[in-house]
Design a protein around this ligand. Structure first.
Ligand SMILES: [Zn+2]
Length: 415
């Protein structure tokens, strides 16, 4: 964590400022605090590999004990939940510059949903969340300001905020391993914080101008607290702010992984401190892949949303957000342009045949129909064009495939 993060960090329990406990283990790298202990009026929180852990899960106490004993390596293993040979393997991979996201995710086992995380950049939920967050954040942050991705997992959406947020965006999640993976691979340069969305958020009022939460709001039980906290951390004293909740489930419709959803009217009520609009995810997806536009110009009524399984909510005093925004054409990669991992490639002479293959029957059941709205089931591409991948700049012949999301911008050393 950069030193400037101290300006916005606050204890989630006493609200006090957090300061470095100088008497304990302190590892620094330039202006960055790598390992150490933060203290407030009530608690002592570990910072491990640059990530402050600001919740009181059992692993937090174990990690703090290891830092007290001068063992940042064991603290990291405890926060990853890895012991014995798996812990040693983590140390090896963490120290290896060539280690990949896939290798480290595999170490964590199925509970980190490796299929979901590896295929996230191609899935329809992400296509909508990415386009909506880019459109709203680009508008709000045009004059500067910081963004936060709440319940952000390993940072897929934080990545979309890297070039829009100044200072760099914050990736916040309960799970240390996900935040660590986000900082190393998916959204390099972001700040990472471990915190619990069921507690007050560990930040000062108005620390951010954009607070986003994608595909997670329905899993938080204390939704009233979470909404008021999202509004508090973007209360910067003027209208140039936005709270963005993408892909939250509608309680009146069946969902694959429902969580604890609310009906549209209840989501609206929770964010009513600012002008608020709700949108149907299915219509957003159709506009994004069909017309190349994110249409936020008019919100949907509760009646119009009655049949819609998933909703997007935007609360903002900035009128420019509620407009029709063109979807940006991919051009230069943050990582590198590659074939969407949902495709299997096979050589056929001077061509390469790409075939859409879902990673599991469950994935196909949940996302297959929506994926087929923009991803062709099969196509042949000239080998000379495919041979240019991976590439930092989009080869001209592949622009159409990038618009279709057959070619996507993936993090380096992703798989
Ligand atoms: Zn405190």
């Amino acid at each position: 964590m950069q030193n400037e993060l101290f300006d916005i960090l606050r204890c989630p329990f006493c609200g006090g400022r957090l300061g470095l406990v100088e008497s304990g283990l302190v590892n620094r790298r330039g202006d960055e605090l790598v390992d150490g202990i933060l203290g407030c009026h009530c608690c002592a929180f570990p910072v491990v590999d640059g990530i402050p852990v600001l919740h009181l899960e059992p692993s937090t106490h174990v990690a703090r004990g290891h830092l007290d004993a001068g063992r940042a390596d064991l603290a990291r293993r405890a926060l990853f939940g890895l012991e014995g040979s798996a812990g040693e393997r983590l140390d090896e991979l963490a120290a290896a510059p060539a280690a990949t996201f896939r290798e480290i995710v595999a170490l964590l086992g199925p509970e980190v949903e490796s299929g979901y995380f590896l295929h996230r950049f191609g899935d329809p939920t992400y296509v909508v969340s990415h386009a909506v967050v880019r459109a709203a954040a680009r508008t709000v942050l045009a004059g500067g300001g910081r963004a936060i991705d709440l319940c952000g997992g390993s940072g897929h959406l934080t990545r979309a905020l890297l070039d829009l947020s100044t200072p760099p965006p914050v990736l916040a999640d309960l799970h240390y391993a996900k935040v660590w993976l986000g900082r190393r691979f998916v959204a390099p340069g972001c700040e990472g914080i471990c915190c619990d969305a069921h507690s007050p958020l560990p930040f000062d009022r108005g620390a951010f101008r954009v607070a986003a939460c994608s595909d997670a709001y329905h899993y938080v039980w204390t939704k009233r607290l979470f909404a008021s906290e999202m509004l508090r951390v973007i209360d910067a004293g003027d209208a140039r702010t936005a709270a963005i909740v993408t892909h939250t489930h509608n309680a009146n419709q069946w969902n694959w992984s429902a969580g604890m959803p609310l009906p549209p009217s209840a989501y609206r009520e929770l964010f009513s401190g600012l002008p608020v609009a709700l949108f149907a995810d299915s219509a957003l997806l159709a506009g994004i892949v069909g017309d190349g536009a994110v249409d936020l110009s008019h919100g949907w009524t509760d009646a119009e949303l009655a049949e819609e399984p998933a909703l997007t909510l935007i609360a903002s005093g900035h009128a420019g957000v509620f407009a029709r925004h063109a979807v940006e054409a991919p051009d230069a990669a943050l990582g590198e342009f590659r074939i969407n991992p949902l495709y299997a490639a096979a050589g056929e002479g001077a061509h390469v045949r790409l075939e859409l293959r879902f990673p599991s029957p469950d994935y196909e059941d949940e996302y297959g129909a929506d994926c087929r709205r923009y991803l062709p089931s099969e196509l042949r591409v000239e080998r000379s064009a495919i041979d240019l991948l991976p590439a930092a700049a989009l080869p001209p012949g592949l622009a159409d495939l990038a618009r279709l999301r057959v070619i996507v911008d993936l993090p380096r050393r992703f798989s």
